[in-house]
Design a protein around this ligand. Structure first.
Ligand code: AMP
Ligand code: ZN
Length: 451
């Protein structure tokens, strides 16, 4: 049984599957106004992790991720400017060009990380009509109201507001500052649709004049359009809990009159050098920054597995280096097992691995299990089991490109060894080593790997 921690009920629960066949999963996607950093990718590795673990357990997935290309203000609430417009001015490009550029950057990095993509990846601007219909439905049901600035959700109509993040909205309201917008019924009412001033670049026709959607509505609408009114799992970073996800719950549940999302899963943040990533500390790393320092995307993928998603993970280059070395030694052992001849029973490792991943994605424990198994006698049984585990890990096991001259030297050395010409064999080993490769004897031959 797969159990994940549900942020809404604050307990581990069996993973829901409303229609008994396919798990419907929604993941909040990137706002494509700038380069994604490694913290963002922790969120998508988390999504990948859930997807692969569910598939490993035999589930079929129907997953959706949005691409925010309109409406996300510089604050998660409705204040500030639309991030897309800020980027458009900064880069002297249209918001659509900005969105295309950063969506491509995001997808390329995500591919390098071998992220298992959701079945549908949907830009917010592709569902404007559906957003208008959704907002209209909320107005018709009395959950929203119109002001001179836009259409707002009336949180007083949804007494459960705040349940996810554990806030008592009445208490908050009592101590709230007076909202600058006196047309709003409550300071916590949030915008569903913004009436745009003439000069606003991104705007569409609507029953309320020209305008553009608020940020939160896109996730309710895309979830509704692609998954329907029963969604099993919804993922996102912890930063989304207090505003974005509370608002999404309010919109969707009021639209349908029942709970739409069953299980909410939240990922804790990646820290850098023990603190928040920040421009002033110059420590907002992208994948390309890691690559420039000699790390691969896969090293970062493996680094993700070394901390539980519900805990903050501290990124340092030393820690990444340790992950890189561990990954290298795992891959070398896997190669040795590939040609091993001993018979080794692996069922207890399979059980341990499955128990770990099914216990709320305990990847550190699953990795410890993998390492323990790889220290068994070299055996193709272990290799085959590892391949199975790798459906979850998603590591690239293709032979690295070992140059032909290195392969030739290794072959010559093997011949010399067989002929008991150990002086030549040692000399060849040294030549191989000088070229940056390592040859290791195994029971039935040798393995060759990068040092
Ligand atoms: P954004 O593109 O700003 O909407 O963020 C995309 C995703 O990255 C969201 O799910 C955030 O919760 C997540 N995120 C942002 N910063 C971090 C971080 N430092 N660690 C983990 N996740 C993050
Ligand atoms: Zn969202």
């Amino acid at each position: 049984m797969v159990k994940f921690y549900n942020s809404l009920t604050r307990q581990k629960e069996e993973v829901p599957c409303h229609d008994n066949k396919v798990i419907k999963m929604y993941s909040c996607g990137p706002t494509v106004y700038y380069y994604p950093h490694i913290g963002n990718f922790r969120a998508y590795l988390f999504m990948d992790n859930i997807r692969r673990v569910l598939k490993y357990n035999g589930y079929t997935l129907d997953g959706v991720m949005n691409i925010t290309d309109v409406g996300h203000m510089t604050s998660d609430a409705d204040e500030g400017e639309d991030k897309m417009l800020v980027a458009s001015q900064r880069e002297h490009k249209s918001p659509w060009e900005v969105a295309k550029f950063y969506t491509d950057v995001f997808m390329n990095d995500a591919k390098k990380l071998n992220i298992d993509f959701p079945e549908h990846i949907v830009p917010a601007t592709s569902v404007i009509k559906e957003m208008i219909d959704f907002v209209q439905a909320l107005l018709d049901k009395g959950f929203a109201y119109e002001t001179s600035k836009g259409i707002y959700f009336d949180i007083a109509k949804f007494p459960e507001y705040g349940r996810l993040s554990g806030m008592d909205i009445n208490e908050k309201l009592a101590g709230a500052r007076i909202d600058v917008d006196d047309e709003k019924r409550s300071p916590y009412d949030f915008v569903l649709w913004v009436k745009a001033p003439k000069e606003h670049i991104m705007q569409w026709e609507s029953p309320w004049g020209m305008g553009y959607p608020g940020w939160h509505i896109e996730c309710s609408v895309i979830g509704d359009k692609y998954l329907g009114e029963y969604i099993d799992i919804h993922t996102g970073g912890v930063d989304h809990k207090p505003v974005h996800h509370e608002n999404e719950i309010a919109q969707s549940n009021c639209r349908y009159g029942h709970q739409v999302v069953k299980m909410w899963m939240h990922l804790e943040f990646l820290q850098v050098d023990g603190g928040k990533m920040s421009k002033s500390l110059n420590n907002i790393y992208r994948l390309s920054d890691l690559e420039e320092k000699g790390f691969s995307a896969e090293d970062f993928r493996f680094f993700y597995f070394l901390a539980h998603y519900s805990k903050q993970q501290n990124f340092t280059f030393d820690a990444l280096n340790m992950a890189k070395n561990t990954l290298k030694s795992i891959k070398n052992l896997v190669k040795e097992h590939k040609i091993g001849t001993t018979r080794v029973g692996t069922s207890h490792f399979e059980k341990m691995f499955l128990d770990s991943i099914n216990d709320d994605l305990n990847m550190p424990k699953a990795i410890a299990c993998v390492q323990q198994m790889l220290h068994e006698e070299r055996s193709q049984d272990v290799y085959k089991t590892f391949l199975k585990f790798n459906e979850v890990l998603g590591l690239n096991l293709e032979d690295e490109q070992i140059p032909q001259n290195v392969k030739d030297l290794a072959e010559k050395r093997w011949q010399a060894k067989k002929e008991r010409d150990f002086a030549t064999a040692d000399n060849l080993r040294q030549q191989i080593s000088d070229l940056g490769y390592e040859v290791k004897d195994t029971k039935d031959g040798y393995s060759l790997s990068e040092k």
